[in-house]
Design a protein around this ligand. Structure first.
Ligand code: ADP
Length: 163
C-alpha cells in the first residue's frame, strides 16, 4: 500500500496573504495532505491571536482539497514526527529569504535526516509580499485588497479600529 505523503507548511500567518495561499496551492499538487501549521512564537507580538490566524487560514483554504490547519510549538522536527510528515514546505520569495531558509533547512536536516525541506516559489507578483507589509500598509490607510482575501482585509481593518 502506498503511504500517504504529508507535508507541513509552518509559519506565523499573521495574517495569511495571497502569497501563502499561492504556496499552499502548489504544495497540494505534490502531496496527499498539507498541514498549514501556525507557529506559537512567544517572542513575536502578533496582530492576530493563534485562534484568529487559524480561522482566517481555514476560510482561505476552504476550497482547496486536502489541506488541514493546525498549530505547534517547540521544535518543528518533533511536530513533523507527531503528524507523520515527511516534508516541510517553505516559500522562497527572493535571494533575501535564502540564507535564513538554508540555515533552517540544514539544522532541521541535522535534527532529522528523514525530514525533507521543499522550497516553492510563488507567482512573481507575490515575491515582494509579506504579512508585515500588508499590516503596515493597512495602518496608513493603504489598499491591501490585491494582497489578502476580502475577509482578511476586513479583520485587519477591524483590528486597527479596535486598537
Ligand atoms: P511572513 O509572511 O511574515 O514572511 P510567515 O512566517 O507567515 O512569514 O511565512 C511562512 C512561510 O511562507 C515562509 O516560508 C515564507 O517564506 C513563506 N511566504 C510568506 N509570504 C510569502 C509570499 N508572498 N510568497 C511566497 N512565500 C511566502
Amino acid at each position: 500500500m502506498k503511504t500517504e505523503r504529508t507535508a507541513i507548511y509552518p509559519g506565523s500567518f499573521d495574517p495569511i496573504t495571497y502569497g501563502h495561499i499561492d504556496i499552499i496551492k502548489r504544495a497540494v499538487t505534490l502531496f496527499d495532505r498539507v498541514i498549514v501549521a501556525v507557529a506559537r512564537n512567544i517572542n513575536k507580538s502578533p496582530m492576530f491571536t493563534e485562534a484568529e490566524r487559524r480561522e482566517l487560514i481555514l476560510e482561505a483554504v476552504r476550497d482547496i482539497p486536502r489541506v488541514e490547519v493546525d498549530s505547534f510549538s517547540g521544535l518543528l522536527v518533533n511536530y513533523a514526527q507527531s503528524v507523520s510528515a515527511q516534508a516541510v514546505i517553505r516559500g522562497l520569495r527572493a535571494i533575501s529569504d535564502f540564507e535564513y531558509e538554508l540555515q533552517m533547512a540544514l539544522v532541521n536536516r541535522k535534527l532529522d535526516e528523514s525530514l525533507v525541506t521543499v522550497f516553492l516559489m510563488p507567482h512573481e507578483k507575490y515575491t515582494y509580499l509579506n504579512s508585515s507589509i500588508v499590516k503596515e500598509l493597512a495602518k496608513f490607510g493603504g489598499e491591501v485588497s490585491c494582497f489578502v482575501p476580502p475577509f482578511v482585509q476586513e479583520q485587519i481593518v477591524k483590528k486597527l479600529r479596535d486598537a
